[in-house]
Design a protein around this ligand. Structure first.
Ligand code: F6P
Length: 529
């Protein structure tokens, strides 16, 4: 079956949405709340330990009806089924997209089961100190070496689940910036450190450069034979990993049907297993699977990822909002936004549709944000009183992980206060000072979750994965490739040749040539310092 490829702007629903938009765009949410005492209930979804309140959005019942029609007319249901059934919906790379299969314990491919078992045994040995380093000491530090999806996921989850962490210190080296690696190495002892090299392709310049530097550092004191006690890898490219010198039994496989930015559910999560224990990693997978079932089986009107995707389309394509902020009210989720930036922007930053034509409507929202309450003292001013429309996702947990004390009450009071201030502003108040006027009518969605657990975190991440997929289907783009990162990689290699040969290349433009020249001059002038 062909994957749907409908230009959304040619659907009936789109035309109706345009008409509806011109009629309702100036309506104030403040009035919508006054007119309908059931609004908050009507526009919210209660699902398991999630309560998603999307009533503070610029929508009416007609808006959701029409958006749901749009979802039908672009054949979202069929697209979801095709993804879950393993069809090669990543057509530009001729691949299936099955990260969901990594967390479906009822119907799991054999090789995934086997890999999970190996991850369980391996991480247990590291944690309970059965695995010894080359001088017989147990491992105290683990270092994940990877970039993009091979770093952001494990890094974010390890931080998010810090409450559940064991005695192992976890480090993440991603940037090819030598200062990053040097600062990390300063904290490490060869005898007690385990390096996990994570690269789906095992060709990524940053990861291979960092891995080689670390290997060199390790071999200053240890021998080649000691490598097998201290280096493991996660990759699809077994041959290259072996060439690097890693023993076959220390390689955890990945599969081409799992995209890099969706790979945290695979052996890419090995550092998470070590840091918080395999059982917590499995709970993360179970949680994500529950969201998969919800996404796959729930009618769209009650389907959290679908509703959030359609809201995003509404703002992006009708209100022409350019960005969306995500603000988790949990310090544990400090790294959630960078993680979601890759997931969402690498997926939906596309301008060619599924028929190969240039799109004539905006796609791919810009994602940004940081944790509350810190964000309130940083960029919230612009959201409240600036000129741009920026829908905000507030993510909060009803119960704290430590004590349910004053801190938690203040945190949640602030979170809800922000959504209220965005909604109401100073509407109806007689404010004389124009600088103190808050227009209000600023959209937000609140995702309130009982508590931050491995399961609820799994659900939350899967929610955004499905949201971005649903958006991509509506926009008629391929969400699962990332050709846009290739050109820069090629040009960097070209520039590197210039540094190597100490000459400017003819092929680069004059601006870049001057920059290269400047670097070479600086290098030369500081050579003897
Ligand atoms: O940035 C491009 C990209 O291919 C991402 O999609 C991926 O997560 C990252 O590079 C790392 O790739 P690899 O795991 O193959 O090293």
């Amino acid at each position: 079956m062909n994957f749907p490829s409908v230009n959304p702007t040619t659907t009936k629903a789109w035309a109706l949405l345009q008409k509806h938009f011109s009629e309702c765009k100036d309506r104030k949410m403040q009035d919508l709340f006054t007119e309908d005492s059931l609004r908050a209930t009507k526009f919210s979804i209660d699902w398991e330990d999630f309560y998603v309140d999307y009533s503070k959005n610029r929508i009416t019942e007609e808006t959701t009806t029409l958006l749901l029609q749009l979802a039908e007319q672009v054949h979202l249901k069929q697209a979801i089924e095709q993804q879950f059934s393993g069809e090669k919906i990543n057509q530009t790379e001729n691949r299936a997209v099955l990260h969901t299969a990594l967390r479906n314990f009822d119907d799991m491919p054999k090789e995934v089961k086997k890999t999970l078992k190996n991850m369980r045994v391996f991480s247990k040995n590291i944690i309970d100190k059965t695995w010894k380093g080359y001088t017989g000491k147990p491992i105290t530090d683990i270092v994940n070496i990877g970039i993009g999806g091979s770093d952001l996921g494990p890094n974010m989850i390890t931080e998010a689940l810090h409450f559940y962490k064991n005695h192992l210190n976890a480090h993440f080296v991603s940037n090819v910036d030598g200062d990053h690696i040097q600062e990390t190495l300063k904290k490490l002892h060869r005898e007690t450190t385990l390096f996990i090299i994570v690269s789906k392709t095992f060709t990524t310049q940053e990861t291979l450069t960092n891995a080689s530097t670390i290997r060199h550092w390790f071999l200053q004191k240890a021998t080649i034979l000691d490598i097998e006690r201290h280096f493991v890898a996660v990759s699809t490219n077994i041959k290259e990993v072996e060439n690097f010198g890693i023993a076959k039994e220390n390689i955890f496989p990945m599969w081409d049907w799992v995209g890099g930015r969706f790979s945290i559910w695979s052996a890419v999560g090995l550092s998470v297993c070590c840091a918080v224990g395999y059982s917590n990693f499995e709970k993360l997978l179970q949680g994500a699977h529950q969201m998969d079932v919800h996404f796959k089986n729930t009618p769209f009107k009650d389907n959290i990822p679908v509703i959030l995707a359609l809201l995003s389309v509404w703002y992006n394509n009708f209100y022409k909002a350019e960005s969306e902020a995500i603000v988790p009210y949990s310090q544990y989720l400090t790294k959630l936004v960078p993680y979601l930036q890759q997931a969402i922007m690498e997926s939906n930053g596309k301008s060619t549709d599924r028929n190969g034509n240039a799109v004539n409507y905006p796609t791919g929202t810009i994602i940004w944000g940081s944790t509350g309450t810190n964000a309130q003292h940083a960029f919230f001013q612009l959201i409240h009183q600036g000129t741009r429309l920026i829908p905000v996702d507030f993510i909060a947990f009803a119960k704290a992980l430590h004590k349910q004390d004053l801190h938690q009450d203040i945190l949640l009071a602030n979170c809800f206060a922000q959504t209220e201030a965005l909604l109401n502003g100073t509407h109806g108040e007689a404010i004389e000072n124009p600088f103190q006027v808050f227009e209000g009518n600023k959209p937000s969605t609140t995702i309130l979750i009982n508590q931050l657990t491995p399961e609820s975190l799994g659900k939350l991440i899967a929610l955004y994965e499905h949201k971005l997929f649903a958006q991509g289907v509506v926009w008629n783009i391929f969400s699962y490739d990332q050709w846009g990162v290739e050109l820069g990689k090629k040009l960097a290699k070209n520039n590197l040749t210039a540094f190597d040969k100490n000459t400017s290349l003819q092929t680069v433009n004059t601006s870049s040539a001057n920059l290269i020249k400047k670097v070479l001059e600086t290098k030369k002038s500081t050579e003897n310092l």
